[in-house]
Design a protein. Structure first.
Length: 125
């Protein structure tokens, strides 16, 4: 297990990584298509909109998508809050090794919503 206490200053971040992922815009547009449709925007004829209207629709759709991706709800929220509470309590009591152990148990997904999870958005490293 890793001790979370820093013995030295935090290292400076490295240079940003640039990577090309072809088709990413098409994937995003497909993901937010239902949200755009709820705003009354025909997915197949977005060219008919003026730029300001299109930008507003896209901003709302992307914000709703991000909220859905990164905000736990229902039982998942309670489990995530409990895990976070245990981590904070451990750190406050100088139990950084215990805090690291708790964080190590967080899983990418939980099919039955029985453990805390972390979800990485598609396209993120």
């Amino acid at each position: 297990m890793v001790d979370l206490k820093r013995r030295q200053p935090e290292p400076l971040p490295g240079p940003p990584r640039v990577a090309r992922k072809y088709g990413l815009a098409d994937e995003l547009l497909a993901e937010i298509a239902p949200m755009r449709a709820e705003d009354g925007v025909d997915v197949n004829s977005m060219d008919a909109l003026n730029l300001a209207t299109l930008q507003g629709v896209m901003d709302r759709a992307v914000a709703r998508r991000n909220m859905a991706l990164f905000t736990p709800a229902g039982p998942a929220r309670a489990i995530a809050a409990a895990a976070l509470g245990q981590v904070v309590e451990s750190i406050l009591n100088d139990g950084t090794i215990l805090a690291a152990a708790i964080l190590d148990q967080v899983q990418p997904e939980s099919p039955d919503i029985s453990v805390a999870t972390v979800r990485v958005a598609s396209g993120c490293p």
